[in-house]
Structures are given as C-alpha cells and as structure tokens.
Design a protein around this ligand. Structure first.
Ligand SMILES: Nc1ncnc2c1ncn2[C@@H]1O[C@H](COP(=O)(O)OP(=O)(O)OP(=O)(O)O)[C@@H](O)[C@H]1O
Length: 253
C-alpha cells in the first residue's frame, strides 16, 4: 500500500497547519510522524482519513499491485484516535467494544462464525495486555491507559492494510509501552503503519521513515537524517537538548 501526499496544504480555522507537504508513505513499514504540540500530527491523520478537506493538494491511497485503481481503498484503513470520548453511562463492555468493531468493519464481508470472532477478540485483548477480569467491565470504567489498549485491541482484531495511530503509547505505563511497541513493530512487517509520537526512540528499531512537522515546515526522510542535531534544533529550538553529537527532544506533552 502507498499513501501519497501531494502538495498537501491544510488549514484549521485560520491557521495554516500543513503547507505544501509532499511525501510518500510506502508499506509494509512504519512511518513515524513527530513534531511539537500543535504542529499538525493529528490534522495529518484526519486529512488522510478524509475527515479534513485540504485547501490545496491531495492524498492518494493506492495498492502497490493495483496502480491507479482508486476507489474503495479507504475501507482498508484502521485508525486509533488520540482522544476517545466515552459517555459515563455507555452500557458497552470492553469485549463488546472490540466485537462491535469487527462487526462494523466486516459488515459487508461473508458471515464469520461466532467462534472465529470470539477467538479473534480473545487474542487481541490478550496481545494488548488487558487482563481477563477486565473484559466484562464497562468501557466507561476503564482507565485512560486501559482504554488506549482497548483501542489497539480493536485494530488488532481486524486485518486492515493501513493503520493510522495517534500517539498510541502516550497513556501507557513504561512496561506496557515496551510491549505495545513490540506489537506495533511486528505489525509493521505486514502493514503500512503511520504513527504519531512525541518520543520516537521506542519505535525506532522498526521505523522506515520519519516525518517531522513544525508549524507549516516539515522534513521527511530516514530516521538518521531527521533525528540529526541540525534538523531537530531547527524545529524544536530550545527543546532540542544537545548532548555531544546527540539531540534529545524535551516535549511537554
Ligand atoms: N477543531 C479545530 N479547530 C480549529 N483549529 C484546530 C482544531 N483542532 C486543532 N486545531 C489547530 O490545528 C493545529 C494543529 O493541531 P493538531 O491537533 O493537528 O496538532 P498535533 O501536532 O497533533 O498536536 P499535539 O501534539 O498537541 O497532539 C493547532 O494549531 C491547533 O490549535
């Protein structure tokens, strides 16, 4: 799968967030999208999803095998949002939260047995480290980190070719972060993942390219070229703390 961003220019209100952005995300592989708060990471994902209309330029999503085929490919995208509001009185359990995603995602596909669906839900919940005694809990009673894992479980339970993840590790404790990073890494060998992040280090071993956004500016390339002292200091300014030849991003997110 390929996502092409061509002259992509996006405004939120009167703010120019993305300015003439050109990049090609090619899968399978992991693309990290980094940048300071408000740089446009979420905006980019929403634009790829077609939820925000660019003022100029286009997003093209196509299959490497079916060049220029177009049409219908948006169904192959899953999305993990950064914020997910659950009404306090929502009656749905964690199990049903994942199940409903499979049913919605595969609504138009041939009927699958409840047994297969059950196995996929169990496996997705286990993979994300959600304990069995939480599976029957109301989704509104989960902690922020558990909800983040539940969102990941939903995506793992289906087989989309492209997955957009908005800060999937941000609410997770350090041990869980390592485990989820490993899951993300494994997925990236089969799928195209576009992951926004504030700290690129954990996912670095799996990362093909990094897109660094910086208020209308951007840099796109191999991790080595983007995580260089010069590039980070240009975008993060005083928050890029330099230790010898290395730069560290101190981001207040
Ligand atoms: N609904 C909205 N209406 C108007 N402007 C918005 C809206 N949502 C975001 N913005 C603005 O768009 C710009 C980019 O926001 P976005 O959420 O894409 O940044 P981000 O890089 O994801 O930030 P963060 O790291 O804080 O999650 C910011 O200036 C923000 O204030």
């Amino acid at each position: 799968m390929i996502i092409e961003l061509i002259d992509l220019t996006v405004k939120r209100g009167h703010t120019l967030v993305l300015n003439n952005l050109n990049a090609v995300f090619e899968g399978p592989g992991l693309i990290q999208v980094i940048g300071p708060n408000g740089a446009g990471k979420t905006t980019l994902l929403l634009t790829i999803l077609g939820l925000i209309k660019p003022v100029k330029g286009v997003v093209r999503i196509r299959d490497t095998e079916l060049k220029n085929s177009g049409g219908g490919l948006r169904e192959t995208i899953s999305y993990i949002p950064q914020k997910f509001h659950i009404p306090r009185d929502a009656p749905i359990t964690l199990w049903e939260f994942v199940e409903s995603y499979i049913r919605a995602y595969e609504g138009s596909m041939p009927f699958r047995s409840s047994h297969t669906v059950k196995r996929r839900i169990e496996s997705a919940l286990e993979m994300t480290g959600l304990p069995k005694d939480s599976w029957g809990k109301k989704i509104s009673e989960l902690s922020g980190g558990q909800l983040q894992r539940a969102l990941m479980a939903r995506v793992l339970s289906v087989d989309s070719e492209i997955i957009l993840m908005d800060e999937p590790l941000s609410n997770i404790d350090p041990e869980g972060r390592g485990a989820l990073a490993e899951i993300i890494g494994k997925l990236s060998s089969r799928k195209l993942l576009v992951v926004t992040n504030h700290d690129p280090v954990l996912l670095l071993p799996y990362t093909n390219k990094i897109l660094l956004l910086g208020y209308g500016e951007y840099r796109y390339g191999d991790p080595d070229s983007i995580l260089s002292r010069e590039v980070l200091m240009k975008i993060y300014k005083s928050c890029a703390i330099v230790f010898g030849e290395h730069a560290h991003i101190a981001d207040w997110h």
